[in-house]
Design a binder for this molecule. Structure first.
Ligand code: UDX
Length: 442
């Protein structure tokens, strides 16, 4: 099929590359010229495991091309995927201006009947608005079917998720369009759920909101565990064994980040407010997450008289491992609060430093060497569970740091292992291990 993907971000680029690899003739269009030039040379503008080799392959076999030209992109496409960003506005609602701009551009440039398929996460009702744009904006003799096809790709495992997803959602009000989408996805052998457009839009928000709820719930249980002397590792294991609950997304820590959960939970709260049905449960989920981001700075302040003049090592900047994305990462809140407290910060991350530098400039130091970050530090905060951090020999903390005080926001180490080293160790929902000279701690 001749397919066009509008938007070369995480979702659009992965979709374009995977569909080209499946043998389709794919054009990926984006308004950012530098990005397109980079992609034409086979370089991805962001890190995603496995993406660049597929990109090079599909470019060289001619299945994939990039352009900034809407005429070239849309004129003869059979299916057009919209995969542009829907960032949060100040009030938390989704900014749909890119969605509308692309829709108008499609309406102005198509020369064939086409299915327009929305991959971007959009509030319920948006695809009906997109339909209106085509109803009045497209050439009269052409037919445009609008389909809601939300994605569930996780950063860091997006290629695998494309091929091995749990389900594909196709929201359509025209059975013929739905059948073409089913045909497109059939080779993936993933269950396809065909539904109406508004339900498809809601499935995406409900899925992300539920996962975010699971995380905030286990984080609150972890906070309670600390108060009552229970251990969240044991509790999450025991709870997750109930098949109705499930083991995944019960990893307690300093909260969720990234480009989806924070934005989508806020957008759903906004959406609920708009229809006069306040979503109080989700409002609490968001509040718990914000609290969780700050938790370790609060704990560090409780442990040391003041953080002024202290040297902090931040291990991990990315919102999760295997990505260079720092959007809404807990590390951002932590670094901002530490700087406000007068601490100095050296941050370690294997790949996210260029993105962090855009945000913090020279107000902090950066290194891709964990030992360098820990050198002479008064305390360390682990913000991302990178393998490099998880596999660090535990004596490194005592050897490198001025005071081996480790606040682990991702529960990277086994408490039993930590106990064998002269480290003061604070994690989430587990017992505190205190080994440092009493004078260092208040
Ligand atoms: C998420 C959804 O999983 C995906 O389906 C959707 O399309 C986009 O949003 P992503 O943001 O890439 O994907 O990452 P994910 O692996 O879901 O993790 C999100 C955040 O939750 C991370 O900050 C992670 O550290 C945190 N998390 C996840 C926890 O704190 N605990 C857990 O148990 C799981």
């Amino acid at each position: 099929m001749r397919i066009t993907v509008a938007g070369a971000g995480n979702v659009g680029l992965v979709t374009a590359v995977c569909l080209a690899d499946a043998g389709h003739q794919v054009t990926c269009v984006d308004t950012q010229k530098e990005k397109i030039e980079m992609l034409e040379k086979g370089h991805s503008p962001f890190f995603e495991p496995g993406l660049e080799p597929l990109l090079e392959k599909t470019l060289s076999n001619g299945k994939l091309r990039f352009t900034t030209n809407p005429k070239l992109a849309y004129s003869d496409a059979e299916i057009i995927f919209i995969a542009v960003g829907t960032p949060a506005k100040k009030d938390g609602s989704a900014d749909l201006s890119y969605i509308y701009a692309v829709s108008y551009s499609i309406a102005n440039n198509i020369e064939n009947n086409v299915i327009v398929c929305t991959k971007s996460t959009v509030p319920v009702g948006t695809n009906d608005e997109i339909k209106q744009i085509f109803q009045y904006g497209k050439p009269r003799h052409l037919k445009v079917d609008v389909v809601a096809n939300p994605e569930f790709l996780r950063e860091g495992s997006a290629i695998m998720d494309f091929y091995l997803g749990d389900r594909i959602i196709v929201g359509a009000d025209n059975p013929e369009a739905a059948a073409i989408m089913e045909q497109l996805y059939l080779p993936l052998k993933i269950p396809i759920i065909v539904t109406d457009i508004r339900s498809a839009e809601m499935i995406k928000y409900a899925s992300n909101a539920f996962l975010a709820t699971k995380i905030s719930f286990i984080n609150e249980i972890a906070n309670l565990c600390e108060k009552v002397g229970a251990n969240i590792d044991e509790v999450a294991y025991g709870v997750g064994k109930d098949k109705r609950i499930g083991e995944s997304f019960l990893q307690a820590g300093i909260g969720y980040g990234g480009s989806c959960f924070p934005k989508d939970t806020k957008a759903l709260v906004q959406l609920a407010g708009n229809v006069k049905h306040p979503f109080e449960l989700l409002e609490s989920v968001i509040k718990v997450n914000q609290h969780q981001h700050s938790l370790l700075v609060v704990k560090a302040k409780e442990m040391m008289d003041s953080l002024k003049g202290k040297k902090a090592a931040i291990l991990g900047l990315a919102f999760k491992p295997e990505t260079d994305d720092i959007r809404e990462a807990a590390s951002i809140t932590i670094i901002r609060e530490l700087l406000e407290e007068g601490a100095t910060v050296t941050a370690y991350d294997p790949i996210a430093i260029p993105n962090a530098h855009k945000l913090f400039g020279n107000s902090i130091e950066y290194t891709t060497n964990i030992r360098q970050a820990l050198k002479d530090a008064d305390f360390a905060i682990i913000a991302t569970e990178w393998e490099q951090i998880k596999h660090l020999p535990l004596d490194t903390f005592a050897v490198c740091m001025k005071e081996p005080i480790v606040l682990d926001g991702r529960n990277c180490y086994c408490i039993k292992d930590i106990q064998r080293y002269p480290i003061t160790y604070v994690s989430i929902g587990r017992p505190v291990i205190s080994k440092v000279k009493p004078m260092s701690i208040k």
